[in-house]
Design a protein around this ligand. Structure first.
Ligand SMILES: [Zn+2]
Length: 252
């Protein structure tokens, strides 16, 4: 169920096993992909995984219960893209507090298992801390973990980049109208080959405009809709499997 579309009585009467809290960002994704890419992709994976979880158990009422998919958190830790117009961000401190408190509100209704479904690399570190604090807080007695979709796509993961093949592919499969196809050639021509400037394993660049002029890392031409469908299948299967383990885990 999508929390923003059902009623409170629907939630009361449902047997909810786990909540997914999609977490995105509003930040530059090159000249061809929308600022909301990370939330759009996180929601697409969360919804597909919720279906997979419920289907694998024979549907609501048969064995396992339902997944409550929360509305996405639209602004994250993205100051690294501050040079590009339209990018928004909050501090890691604000982000951690907001996301943790949002998850805790679900626990007050008995939904004590939460998976944070992330679509943005800059959120990874802060979300891991959110999951730990959420799980260790005895007052709320919840248990949660953080999942980042592009880390759960097997061999594809090494192609991640930014607004590159993977993110563009997933958009083409799930929100094709939002990809400016006529700008993909230019996006590709101006793209950097890799994220950051590395010396001795350390990235010297704190901001993305230090190594990419148009915001793109990797070749978006290498991500067609077919690849996007495969990414969606892989990430949602991984998330459904993870969710079953989260639900079954004795976290007392
Ligand atoms: Zn992104």
């Amino acid at each position: 169920m999508r929390l923003s579309e059902v009623t409170w009585t629907d939630v009361r009467d449902a047997e909810v096993d786990v909540a997914f809290l999609p977490v995105g960002s509003t930040e530059q994704h090159g000249p061809h992909a929308p600022l909301g890419t990370d939330a759009l992709n996180a929601v697409a994976v969360a919804e597909a995984a919720a279906d997979a979880y419920e289907e694998s158990s024979g549907g609501p009422g048969a064995g396992r219960g339902e997944v409550a998919v929360a509305p996405p958190v639209p602004v994250g830790v993205a100051e690294e893209h501050r040079a590009f117009d339209g990018t928004m961000w909050v501090s890691p401190e604000t982000f951690r507090a907001y996301v943790r408190e949002a998850a805790e509100s679900l626990v007050s209704h008995g939904v004590d298992r939460v998976v944070f479904v992330n679509g943005h690399g800059g959120n990874v570190e802060a979300l891991a801390e959110v999951a730990r604090r959420f799980s260790r807080d005895d007052a709320h007695a919840g248990y949660g973990v953080a999942f980042t979709w592009f880390e759960a796509v097997g061999d594809h993961a090494s192609d991640m980049g930014h607004a590159g093949p993977l993110e563009t592919a997933l958009l083409r499969a799930t929100n094709p109208d939002l990809v400016r196809e006529e700008r993909v050639e230019a996006a590709s021509a101006g793209a950097a080959d890799r994220w950051g400037e590395w010396v001795s394993g350390v990235n010297l660049a704190h901001d993305s405009d230090e190594f990419t002029d148009n915001g793109v890392v990797g070749d978006p031409r290498a991500g067609d809709a077919e690849r996007g469908t495969e990414l969606l299948d892989r990430a949602s299967a991984a998330l459904a499997e993870l969710s079953a383990a989260v639900v079954d885990r004795d976290a007392a």
